[in-house]
Ligand binder design. Structure first.
Ligand SMILES: Cc1cc2nc3c(=O)[nH]c(=O)nc-3n(C[C@H](O)[C@H](O)[C@H](O)COP(=O)(O)O)c2cc1C
Ligand code: SF4
Length: 445
């Protein structure tokens, strides 16, 4: 066993107001487990508990919308009303049983809504801009300042509810192209008022929200922010603007630190999915199912679907998608930029993107690139990865291949590992594994 105090992976991570038993965080992984109205189900409880049992120190919930207009897909548990508090209290209880912490990712989609749901069908998404999202063509309009203040209020109420439910902390989702990114990114934000233009103006909405949350929940409640170290906003379409640089992100992180943010969670990219996030493959054979489900969501939905449906068109997309990727590793995709940020701040830093291998995880922590890693897909594939690493092994026997089949199935199908090779070609075994999240059932005998 490597699980002793000489192994950096298994040393506790001390934040200002929270201690996590090791350096392995379950990163947010959204799945459509819940009821249409955003109330949570037994499947989500089973899902979160699975990773707690597997040995991670903390779980960052999936994207939890603070308002119905801010959801990505229906059937995600929300935190838009006090009636959601009891469900989250139960989630905390289940996760705490395994000496694991639960941090809620407070989120708003802005324009980036895969399937907006019936409540949003008549409303375009809210954003910093009137420009639609470049990948899916999701329509939007620039928010008024009154709407910005209203959304800040939804985040504040969400934070208060998370604290009342006993969550160990909150994370503001300011990465991957969702609403805060739409303000932060110079590739997206084209406003002319005090919420657009300079970095200081683009960061205003996020900073004001952090301040308002602090006022509501106090200074002693763990608050972290997930941001992109760099955008590569033109990764898919070269004629778009490139977006934020690492230098701008360093400045943003320093401002956040001044606002008493307890931890910075570093990712990359400005849309979701993005060639760099999650890093790895883009299985074009699965994409036609995804874009079948999203065909009417954005004005480019049908165009994308056509591209993926006809085999002859797929190589052109693959060329566009893979252009930028070549410059970055899959494992530790944003580690270099994360190290640059870590060197300029004093609060603990988490890094996400391609962490599975124990040697690499130890290396980035020991080299001072980050204090811990946030893992998504390798834990879908092997929820007991922490136990495997604690045994001194570098990788599971059947590691995650970073193929992204889980990701592309997620809008239409239950979340799980869809890489048939990991199940030795046994389709029934793969489906049984995916469906295991529904056990134990909601109403056991
Ligand atoms: C199916 C799926 C759903 C995801 N949902 C979220 C989410 O809700 N919020 C978020 O910040 N990141 C989300 N991510 C990104 C992950 O949290 C993580 O940052 C990214 O996948 C890189 O980590 P990995 O290489 O360990 O998968 C998701 C990723 C996947 C594959
Ligand atoms: S489908 Fe499985 S192997 Fe592929 S990225 Fe997802 S978890 Fe990893």
């Amino acid at each position: 066993m490597n699980n002793d105090n000489t192994d950096r992976i298994f040393q506790p991570l001390l934040f200002r107001h929270l201690t996590v038993k090791n350096r392995l965080f379950r990163s947010s992984i959204s799945g459509r487990w819940d009821n249409y109205d955003g109330s949570g189900t037994h499947a989500r409880l089973n899902w979160e508990e699975k990773f707690a049992r597997g040995g991670v120190g903390a779980i960052i919930t999936s994207f939890v919308p603070v308002h119905v207009r801010g959801r990505i897909l229906p059937n995600y548990a929300m935190i838009d009303h006090d009636d959601k508090i009891p469900f989250w209290r139960e989630a905390v209880k289940r996760v705490h049983t395994h000496d694991c912490k639960l941090i809620m990712q407070l989120s708003h989609s802005g324009r980036q809504r895969d399937v907006p749901g019936i409540e949003n069908q008549m409303n375009v998404g809210l954003s910093s801009t009137d420009k639609m999202d470049t990948f899916h063509g999701l329509l939007c309009r620039a928010m008024t300042q009154k709407e910005i203040a209203d959304v800040t209020g939804y985040f504040v109420a969400g934070a208060r509810r998370a604290r009342e439910a006993g969550l160990d902390g909150i994370e503001l989702h300011a990465s991957h192209g969702y609403l805060f990114t739409q303000f932060l990114s110079s590739g997206i934000n084209d406003r002319k008022d005090e919420y657009g233009g300079s970095l200081e103006n683009r960061a205003r909405f996020l900073i004001e929200t952090v301040r308002a949350i602090r006022k509501e929940v106090g200074d002693d409640y763990h608050l972290q922010v997930k941001i992109n170290a760099f955008d590569e906003n033109n990764a898919l379409y070269p004629w778009e603007k490139k977006g934020n640089s690492v230098e701008e992100s360093i400045q943003l992180c320093q401002w956040l630190e001044k606002e008493n943010v307890d931890c910075l969670h570093i990712s990359a990219g400005s849309l979701f999915p993005h060639p760099l996030v999650p890093p790895g493959g883009f299985p074009l054979d699965v994409a036609k199912w995804t874009y079948g489900a999203m065909i009417s969501s954005g004005v480019r939905g049908y165009f994308n679907y056509t591209f993926f449906h006809y085999r002859c068109l797929r190589p052109l997309f693959a060329w566009l998608w893979n252009r930028t990727k070549k410059r970055y590793p899959i494992e530790g995709v944003s580690s270099e930029a994360c190290g640059l940020i870590k060197a300029k701040v004093n609060v603990p830093v988490l890094n996400t993107g391609g962490y599975q291998n124990g040697v690499l995880i130890r290396k980035v922590i020991e080299a001072g690139i980050c204090d811990g890693v946030a893992i998504a897909r390798p834990l879908i594939a092997n929820p007991d990865l922490p136990h495997i690493l604690a045994e001194g092994r570098d990788e599971p026997d059947k590691p995650c291949s970073f193929c992204n089949r889980c990701l592309l199935n997620a809008p239409a199908n239950p979340l799980g590992c869809y890489d048939l090779r990991r199940f030795d070609g046994d389709y029934d075994a793969m489906i049984a594994d995916i469906m295991s999240v529904f056990h134990p059932p909601a109403f056991p005998e």
